[in-house]
Design a protein. Structure first.
Length: 327
């Protein structure tokens, strides 16, 4: 958070004067397509923060200008970011659910010289691609490395198979888990790329390959949402738990908004994540209570919801802190 505030103090409102009252935030999210649910959750997180904390941005008014990036391919994200900068003349950029979109956008962000708040995309090296990038969410290494150590030390696992969606976050998760697990005495006996992020594949052949290796644990990274639901369903259908294999992974595969619908198949899954709705502190209790009152479905916030909320908190803090002056 210190880094976000420090960067914001230099970059936010570069064209504003002390009299300027509006801060235009250009939001790029996949409002249509496979990531539309994620965009809705982030959107609601942003809106809820502003509703609960309207006094924290005064005397400025934050205006959200939204562009649809449609997919995780990168090309549409570049166009959206370019339009936000050149057509909408935004003061701040925010968004980026998928890592390929943040990677593709980096040169445009650098050229635009605007603070760019990454709300989700977790591939570790993204923040090195532009001096204007900051991230309020996580990196894949946080969960992957931690659960690799836990698998070896707490689960006493000696062998593992890794299955991952074949795009940058999946490769990061593989590298993080493997380094930690093998550094603590375990052995990754197979690494299985399992399709892309743009569509949910049939996981059956990948999971059968993992089952045939008879590992102690099967570490899986896929994007949250429909990918995750299919993972849990396939694991149960192939009887992998009964075969003595533990399914582990980052919290993407046990997303708060999907967990209950997974039913008994989710029992016994072991995941590591940076957020869960049951987090026991006053600010999170306030957040969850307000979310449940505001939204009928999904009635529980998740890490995407949190990303929108926390990112808006950072933006809202930076704006009045500047008081329209360049420091």
């Amino acid at each position: 958070m210190k880094r976000i505030i420090a960067v914001a103090a230099v970059l936010v409102l570069t064209t504003a004067s002390a009299q300027a009252q509006e801060v235009k935030v250009g939001v790029n999210l996949p409002y249509t397509g496979i990531g539309a649910e994620f965009a809705q959750l982030v959107d609601r997180g942003m809106e809820l923060y502003m509703k609960l904390n309207a006094d924290k941005v005064k005397p400025y008014k934050i205006t959200l200008i939204k562009r649809d990036v449609k997919d995780p391919g990168g090309a549409n994200a570049k166009i959206a970011v370019q339009e936000l900068l050149t057509q909408d003349n935004v003061d701040i950029l925010a968004g980026w659910i998928y890592s390929p979109n943040a990677i593709a956008s980096a040169p445009i962000v650098t050229a635009g010289k605007k603070l760019a708040v990454i709300m989700n995309a977790g591939t570790a090296h993204i923040t090195n691609l532009s001096p204007y990038y900051v991230r309020t969410s996580f990196s894949m290494w946080h969960a992957g490395y931690a659960i690799g150590e836990a698998a070896a030390k707490l689960l006493n696992a000696k062998t593992a198979v890794v299955g991952y969606t074949d795009f940058p976050p999946g490769k990061d998760s593989l590298a993080a888990f493997k380094r930690s697990f093998e550094g603590n005495g375990g052995k990754v006996v197979d690494e299985i790329p399992m399709g892309g992020a743009g569509a949910v594949p049939d996981f059956t052949p990948f999971f059968q390959r993992a089952k045939d290796k008879k590992p102690d644990v099967f570490f899986v990274f896929v994007p949250a949402g429909d990918h995750a639901a299919a993972v849990v369903k396939t694991f149960a259908a192939l009887g992998m738990r009964e075969a003595g294999i533990k399914l582990i992974g980052p919290g993407d595969i046990t997303q708060d908004t999907k967990l209950q619908a997974m039913g008994p198949a989710a029992v016994g899954l072991i995941t590591m994540h940076h957020y869960h709705a049951d987090l026991d502190n006053p600010e999170n209790k306030r957040f969850v209570e307000a979310w449940k009152k505001e939204f009928v479905a999904p009635s529980t916030p998740d890490s995407f919801s949190l990303s929108g909320y926390d990112s808006m908190a950072a933006i809202a803090h930076a704006s009045p802190t500047l008081r329209g002056k360049i420091e």
